[in-house]
Write a protein that binds this ligand. Structure first.
Ligand SMILES: [Mn+2]
Length: 346
């Protein structure tokens, strides 16, 4: 249950800092996804409503994926290049990072660290140790946009729920819950979905364009990767691999890999799905999905200390070429499944 009251002190502090601020920075780590982008756009709307004279910039280190460019206000999302050219070195007063920590904010980290007030708003249970000035973290929120919704409706901000902000919040909700399917789909998340729909935006369009639509390159990449999938361990494991030259052959971008693992995972009878993606410099990204019997977060951590995620969805970046990673990871997974099968028999 998400309650803004729980963060009354933090919200008071945030409101005070924003009131005194001229220049505000909003960012998110890594490549924007439906939740991190929705959260940034909704937050911008909230701040601009309460403090119309405030100069608010959304700056992300990575390029905004094409699929989100239909959203309202998306023209306000900047990259460090365009931003530095238009603005120069004027420092920000308040920096806000949403849906993940500052450790993965890339080039935006420098701007954030110079802010007098550094706020962190997130729903992930684990976060890095960083001296944030204001920390609003609520793991019971299905998505960061659900948390932003409650902040925006608190007595400090009272943001009107127009159809634009409702789209932003809705995109985060459907992205992080997988269209209200994953275990983080709480009754509150569904009730919020219903409330947002009442603002009258085209939710079919937001769901299809923001979540399901693929470019033709990406569709071909998906088809190719699925056609090369293999079963293993009596059909309990399904896996496939994506080489960099395959991406190039289909003129596909890195984020075109999005969603492939979910197709593998939804194969009847499997327990674990694994997708290997070749990275530059002889590194390999490995992603896992599990039906629940195998804790893939624990397994990912056993591969490297930087591995992790959730029990049913996890990943790791391995410092080895893809061929070696495939052999290594699948052997270890076989051993794990064989051992757990023995345990069940006893
Ligand atoms: Mn999220």
């Amino acid at each position: 249950m998400v309650e803004a009251k729980k963060f009354a002190n933090e919200l008071k502090q945030l409101n005070g800092a924003l009131k005194a601020a001229e220049h505000v920075l909003i960012t998110s780590p890594g490549v924007a996804d439906g939740d991190s982008l929705g959260a940034q756009l909704a937050l911008r709307k909230m701040i601009r409503h309460r403090f119309p004279n405030c100069d608010v910039h959304i700056v992300n280190d990575e390029k905004l994926p094409q699929r989100y460019r239909f959203l309202p206000d998306v023209e306000f999302v900047e990259s460090p290049e365009t931003f530095a050219a238009s603005r120069g070195e004027v420092p920000f007063d308040v920096g806000l990072i949403v849906d993940g920590g500052i450790d993965r904010a890339g080039r935006v980290r420098g701007y954030y660290e110079k802010c007098k007030v550094r706020a962190f708003i997130d729903h992930h249970a684990v976060s890095i140790d960083y001296p944030y000035t204001i920390r609003i973290v609520e793991p019971s929120a299905s998505s960061t946009t659900e948390l932003i919704y409650h902040i925006s409706q608190s007595s400090f901000f009272k943001t009107p729920l127009d159809s634009d902000i409702c789209q932003h919040i809705y995109l985060g909700l459907i992205f992080d819950t997988g269209f209200f399917r994953h275990s983080n789909t709480t009754p509150e998340a569904l009730e919020l979905g219903a409330k947002l729909l009442r603002s009258g935006f085209d939710f079919t369009r937001v769901g299809e364009r923001g979540m399901l639509e693929r470019t033709f390159s990406s569709l071909q990449l998906l088809a190719y990767t699925l056609s090369r999938a293999q079963l293993r361990n009596d059909g309990k494991v399904i896996w496939s691999a994506l080489a960099r030259n395959t991406l190039q052959a289909f003129h596909a971008a890195d984020d075109d890999r999005e969603g492939i693992i979910d197709h593998l995972f939804l194969t009847h009878g499997i327990q674990v799905a694994v997708l290997f993606s070749e990275l530059p410099n002889e590194k390999t990204k490995v992603s896992f999905r599990s039906q629940g019997g195998v804790d893939v977060a624990e397994f990912a951590r056993s591969l490297t200390e930087h591995g992790g995620g959730h029990q049913k969805a996890a990943g790791a970046n391995l410092e080895m070429p893809m061929e070696k990673a495939i052999e290594n990871v699948l052997d270890k997974l076989d051993a794990l499944l064989t051992n757990s099968a023995k345990c069940v028999q006893i």
